[in-house]
Structure formats: C-alpha cells, structure tokens
Design a protein around this ligand. Structure first.
Ligand code: AMP
Length: 219
C-alpha cells in the first residue's frame, strides 16, 4: 500500500526512468537504492518512496491509488485512456522529458495496396484506430509488443504507428516517416483521491517538478 503519511511515486522503467533521474536528483527525491534490482526503493526523502514499473502499468497503479503520483509517457497515457474510455487521473504537468513524436511509417517507396484494407502494426491500437478512423480509413490493426519496425520488412504490415525520436531506427531499417500523429513527452499524473487527501504534499511536489523543468530549460 502507499505511504499513509508520505507519497509513493511510480516511475516508468526504461528510457523515462533514465531521463527523469537528473530531475529527481534536482528535486531531492532520487532513488536511494538499487533501481536495477529493486521494484520499490526509498528516495532521498523519508516521506517519498518510489516504485519502478513497466510504463504501460503506471496509469493503472496511479488510478487505483497504489501510487499517489506517476511519471508516464503521453503515448501510454493516451492509449490507456482510449482503452478505458476515460481515466481517473489528474495530469497536472508536462515534465518535458523523453520527447518524441508518434508517427506513421512505411518502407521507402511504399505504395498503398489496392483491394484490401491497410494493415497497421503498432503497440498503440487505440491511438492508431482513432487516427485512421478520423480520416475515414478502415484498417486492420495488428497489435505488437515491440520491434514494430520489423513488421513492414517481413510483410506483416503495410504501415506502422510508433514513436520516433531521432529517426535513426526508421532509417536504419529502410523505413520513412509518412506522417506525424502527435508530439509526445512525459507527464506527471496524480491519483484523484490522493490529490484531495494529501493536497499540500502533492502540490509541493508538482511545484518542485515545475521548477526543475523550468530551470532545466534555462540551462
Ligand atoms: P529513434 O531511433 O531515436 O527515432 O528512436 C526510435 C525508437 O526508440 C523506436 O523503437 C521507439 O519505439 C523508441 N522510442 C523513441 N522515443 C521513445 C520514448 N520517448 N519512449 C519510449 N520509446 C521511445
């Protein structure tokens, strides 16, 4: 259970965790334990504890109050909200880390197939479905859990919907970005009940994140 008199912050393992460490350090809540092994570690502050979880699970932990706050990519948050038909979370702050974009990509020289639906491989079926539906295209969505870039190369899909940062992964695999769907960055999310019950402590943490983001942008 989360701390009664303290705060539990859920961190997305991987890229977001790595990129958020300098910010956690600046705020004084960096992990004070082995984040490679432990799933739950104390922070530098006695009243803030950290849990390390898969990005896709962060909204669920925070919605259920197992963590008071979380740091999660907008990609994961949107997919979760579309999938659940809404969400029980506050999203008070864009903390500006792990910036990238969600885009449609295909093999270089790609020509759309005739006489059948487009096949789209993605980790984000709900985002993709809405994107194509909004332009009146009926597509077949193929849900994958990783290495989306492979799908068009082996004939599994015509296009992919995935995150692009530098574009190096697409280029290395002979793919090109066809269209940007939206910009993505990491967000601070807050459990609604925690926001009421622990308002002062949570507001102070939101302010600290905002200040750390502002000072990083200045430097
Ligand atoms: P890049 O080669 O820099 O364009 O990065 C693309 C690869 O990294 C793809 O496999 C993406 O799924 C992944 N990626 C890029 N940005 C992020 C991010 N902010 N969070 C998670 N995965 C990302």
């Amino acid at each position: 259970m989360p701390l009664m008199n303290g705060l539990t912050l859920a961190l997305s393992k991987g890229r977001i965790l790595e990129e958020s460490l300098p910010m956690l350090e600046a705020i004084g809540i960096a992990p004070a334990g082995d984040i490679d092994r432990l799933l739950r570690v104390p922070s530098q502050r006695a009243d803030v504890s950290l849990v390390m979880i898969r990005p896709a699970d962060v909204p669920t932990y925070v919605e259920h109050g197992a963590a008071d706050l979380g740091i999660v990519g907008k990609d994961v948050l949107m997919e979760h909200q579309f999938d659940q038909g809404g969400s029980e979370l506050y999203e008070p702050l864009d903390i500006g880390i792990a910036q990238c974009r969600m885009s449609v990509a295909a093999v270089r020289g790609y020509v759309a197939p005739r006489g059948r639906r487009l096949r789209i491989a993605t980790k984000y079926p709900e985002i993709a479905r809405r994107f194509y539906a909004a332009r009146g295209e009926q597509v077949e969505i193929i849900k994958l859990y990783g290495s989306m870039e492979l799908a068009p190369l082996v004939g599994l899909a015509d296009q992919i919907v995935d995150l692009v940062a530098t574009g190096n992964t697409l280029r290395a695999n002979g793919l090109v970005e066809i269209e940007k769907i939206c910009d993505i960055s990491s967000r601070l999310v807050v459990n609604k009940a925690s926001m009421k019950m622990k308002h002062a402590a949570i507001q102070a943490l939101i302010d600290a994140f905002r200040a750390a983001d502002a000072s990083r942008n200045r430097s």
